[in-house]
Design a protein around this ligand. Structure first.
Ligand code: DAH
Length: 365
């Protein structure tokens, strides 16, 4: 391609036409699939063909021939620039090899993750009862996660929570030390400090515990907390609310029963069991032949919790009396989302939820 520029035999019009016609033909047949190579070949500032032509023909031409040469030179230059601008000069892949009758790449529409879907289902049961949703931070202080919930410092009830603490907090006062929240209950406190009764909220969210992962445990999991505070809230309201919620989630045949339990922030406290959804209560492997499955914790808000909330509210308004336990009562409950999702969908290993395995996730589409 890089032929030397020939000598011009003469400067008469016919010779010039002839010489430029040869170059025009050369330009027309130069490969343009690589536009940058084409541009360098013709327009390169040092070795480009046009530069060489300028050196060989224009510079040494007698003055009377310069105009005729210049006109033809500019035409050639325009032809080359036009070739560079033409779409053909853009890199193209071979058009011939494409079978346009083949179907395109299909992208399946996304679906909510089964855990999020379960959370939405649970939350929406309570939304229908007039509850709203609150969220709180996952990095929490000792005060909200424990102290205000009536877990005194060094109390053994803290051991049940397998807390993951944030490093280098020793120099802080104990109530300000940071940790990964072990439950969603601290958002009860945050809500009551911010807002006077009546309160009806659900709190979905991630919680963290220093638990070894196995088929039913994960160090990070999800809970949904509930809190209802108003005048004349009784244990019957708690029972009716949770009985309705369990029927809405698992089917209207499901029965509930309440067993005495202990949580520092509720008094009395209860564990809620539902009749086994696998055997209908007859007894099977899933319910360990008892006919019942334990599903969540609940209770009446302990007056000590209202007292902690009142102390905080009085820092802003010293006469605040919104959470006077003589005037208001409340109930709270907390449930694990993974456990409910596993029951609803017959999932036997909690790890499936976090594996990102499409063969598992696709089943929820
Ligand atoms: N926070 C408790 C836990 O994670 C669950 C719980 C029990 C929450 C009873 C409540 C409740 O609100 O009333 O173990």
């Amino acid at each position: 391609m890089n032929e030397p520029i020939p000598q011009l035999p003469s400067y008469d019009e016919a010779s010039l036409d002839n010489a430029f016609a040869t170059l025009a033909e050369e330009a027309r047949t130069t490969d343009t699939t690589d536009p940058e190579a084409f541009r360098l070949h013709w327009l390169g500032r040092k070795q480009g063909r046009l530069k060489l032509i300028t050196e060989a023909w224009l510079k040494s031409a007698p003055p009377e021939a310069k105009k005729a040469l210049g006109i033809r030179f500019n035409q050639l230059k325009q032809q080359i620039e036009a070739a560079l601008d033409a779409p053909a000069a853009k890199p193209t892949t071979a058009v011939q090899g494409i079978d346009i009758t083949l179907p395109g790449t299909l992208r399946a529409p996304g679906i909510p993750h089964p855990l999020l879907k379960t959370m939405h289902e649970i939350v929406s049961v309570f939304h229908h009862l007039g509850y709203s949703t609150n969220l709180g931070p996952q990095v929490e202080s000792d005060f909200y996660n424990f102290e205000a919930l009536n877990f005194p410092e060094n109390h053994p009830a803290r051991d049940t929570q397998d807390t993951l603490v944030i490093a280098n907090q020793q120099s802080r006062p104990s109530r300000d030390r940071l940790l990964m929240r072990t439950h969603t209950s601290p958002v009860q406190i945050r809500t009551m400090i911010a807002q006077a009764p009546p309160i009806r909220i659900v709190i979905p969210g991630k919680v963290h515990r220093n638990d070894a992962a196995d088929a039913t445990h994960s160090p990070i999991f999800h809970q949904i907390e509930g809190l209802c505070v108003d005048t004349n809230i009784t244990f019957s309201d708690l029972k009716g609310t949770l009985d309705h919620a369990m029927k809405a989630l698992f089917g209207s045949d499901v029965k509930t029963r309440f067993f005495p339990s202990f949580f520092p922030f509720t008094e009395p406290s209860a564990d809620v069991q539902i009749s086994c959804i696998f055997c209908g209560g007859k007894g099977c492997r899933k319910c360990k032949h008892s006919g019942w499955i334990e599903l969540l914790g609940c209770g009446m808000v302990d007056p000590a919790v209202f007292a902690a909330v009142t102390a905080e509210r009085r820092k802003i308004n010293p006469s605040d009396d919104a959470y006077n336990p003589e005037k208001i009562t409340g109930f709270a409950f907390g449930m694990g989302v993974e456990r409910i999702a596993m029951m609803l969908h017959g999932v036997s290993d909690i790890g499936h939820f976090y594996s990102g395995d499409m063969r598992f996730l696709e089943q929820f589409a």
